[in-house]
Structures are given as structure tokens and as C-alpha cells.
Design a protein around this ligand. Sequence first.
Ligand SMILES: *Cc1c(COP(=O)(O)O)cnc(C)c1O
Length: 372
Amino acid sequence: MAPSFCPPSRLLLGPGPCNTPPEVLEALSRPTIGHLDPAFLELMNELRERLGRLFGTKNQLTVPISATGSGGMQAVLANLIEPGDAVLVGIHGVFGMRFADCAERLGAKVTRVESDWGTPLDCKAMAAAAAGKSFKMIGAVHAETSTGVLLSADRIDTLRDAADQSGALLVLDTVTSLAGLPVELDARGVDATWSGTQKCLACPPGLSPISLSARAFEAIDQRTTPVSSWYFDLSMIGKYWGSERTYHHTAPINMLYALHEATDLVLTEGLDERFERHAAAARHLWKGLEELGLELLVEEPHRLFPLTAVRVPEGVDEARIRADLLDRFDIEIGGGLGPLAGKIWRIGLMGMNATTATADHLLNKLAKVLNE
Ligand SMILES: *Cc1c(COP(=O)(O)O)cnc(C)c1O
């Protein structure tokens, strides 16, 4: 029988999802078993341990949430924030805005520190905003996929100091950094984070690895109101992933097979080797783009390796270029968001696509469509 839907074969070089390796796709198609099957419990234990290595943490609660990256954000923030809490969020792109919006909807009093899109977050301004005040949480985005800007380790350290001064938890969005850039939660003193599977992990979208420190759990214990989200109540989810194995919701079994396979590929390659591969592919891409006469949005020291933002040259119809790449060459790249809509392209070299050969293939086809 013919499949009911047959997707076209695309090279996914946008901000995510990226292509999924055949081993991971094959894992998805293995027979479904019960979510309390002893064999499955073994997979769960291995997954927690592997995600801990990817995140650089010994945190007890390091698990995949049954949701996309935004669902992981909702889960973490819904558990840590109570109505009326003061939250400080750094914003220089779409995902910082999303963070602030989510916190506000949970009843937080949000203070925003904004930096220009395409520039790094001004962490001194964050520290100044926190000085002498008490905050429940200081938050930022580690890898801002809407602009291609990194929050460097020294900037995270500045935020950690500010959090210590104001008694706050430090919370980072690591959706685009996990498995593509060093995350190192414990070394940086990050209290809580969420990520996604469809970026540098090269797994289909649908799961959000998260991690919470003991300090974050204390904050949950001290809540005076119950977590408003039943589905995302981490105390209950922790009981399913912990030794109690109490049923909460049916785990997305086959997705977890896929994540198990994807983390296996990451750790077999080696984290440092994988980071180096992402870096080499990105540097190769940057050089090639500049040789085509294109200008990059972000200054080199602040650039992300997995995601590069390129300025659309004067007089070029950016949507036509993206449509041509897709229609003629089966290549997907991303456009700009918010104030950068129509002004940039976003090129992702993530997971299995982070190679110089893939960068060359794109550069070749991009040159073709630009010249016509
Ligand atoms: C993609 C992305 C998200 C959202 O993840 P979804 O899986 O689309 O919900 C959040 N933050 C960042 C930095 C992202 O790149």
C-alpha cells in the first residue's frame, strides 16, 4: 500500500527542524511498548543520564518533557513562577520576548532589559537592573535563533553574579545550543533550562529536554499556590521519571526511542568533536557568504555556530530567493522575524547538516539563485 503522506526530500538549513539521521528515523519505527514496561524504564534511566551529560549537570531532574521547546519553557516557568513574582528577562530577539511573555501570563511582574537585535545581550545593564532589588528569576536565551547571537560564558557568569546579589534563580533557554555548543549548566550555575530536540540534537520536534537544580526545586517546594498547569506539574512528572514510576501521562514512547538514538549518536561522536564540527562548518559558511559579497548580521565574536543571519542585499526579493532554493533545489532556509522580517536570511547548520560539504552545497545553489 502506498504511504498516506509522502514528504518531499528536503535539505533543512533553516532555524529548525534540521534533518534527522536515518538511525533516528529507524528508531521511531520500532514497535511501541508500554510506558511502564520494565524494558522501557531502562531506556528512561539511560536517557536521564545521557541528557545530564549533554547539559553538563548532575541535576536529579533532567528529563524530556512531552512537548516542543516552547512546552518545556511553559513547564519550567509554570513551576518556578507564582503570581506576583518579580522576574528579570533579557531580550534581544523573538525568544527573549517569548520568555517574558510566558512569565507575564503566569502572573509575574516582568522587568525587561532590551538590547538591539543582532547584538549581544547587555549583561551589565541586566546586573544594574537587578542591583539592590529582589528577583525570583533572572532569565535569558543562550542561543538567540532569531538573530544568531550567543550569550557567552562570561556573560552568563555576569548574570549568575547578579542572580546571587538579588536572590534569584538563573534560567536559560538552551533550545538551539544543546548538542551544538557547550551548555555546562553546573559550571555556569544555571538553575533551570529547557531545550528542544529538532535543532542541534537532530531528532524530530516533539520533546523538550529540561533540567532543574536543587535550588530550583526548593523554590517549587516553597510555593504557596499549586502549579496552575496539571500537565506540566514537575513534581508529578518527576515521580514518573524517578524511582516511584507513578503514572502521570503516557510517555511518547517512540519519540523517546528516537531521542535515545539521537543522544547515542551525539555521545558516540563526542561532545567536543561535535562542537568543533559545528564551528568548522559555520566558519566555512561565513567565509563563503562573504566571498559572495554578502554581509553577516552579527559581529564575529558574538555569532552562533549553529545559526547564521545574513543581510539581504539591497534590491533583492528575499522571499523569492527562499522559494527558489526550495522549489529548484529542495533547500529550506529561514527568513527574518519581527523587526528583521524581510531583512535577513537565517541559515542553520545543525546536527548532521553541520558539515563544510553541506555549507558548500548551499553556497553553490545560493550563488545560482542570486545571480538570476
Ligand atoms: C526553536 C526555539 C524555541 C521554540 O521551540 P519549539 O520547539 O518551536 O517550541 C525556543 N527558543 C529558541 C532559542 C528556539 O530556537
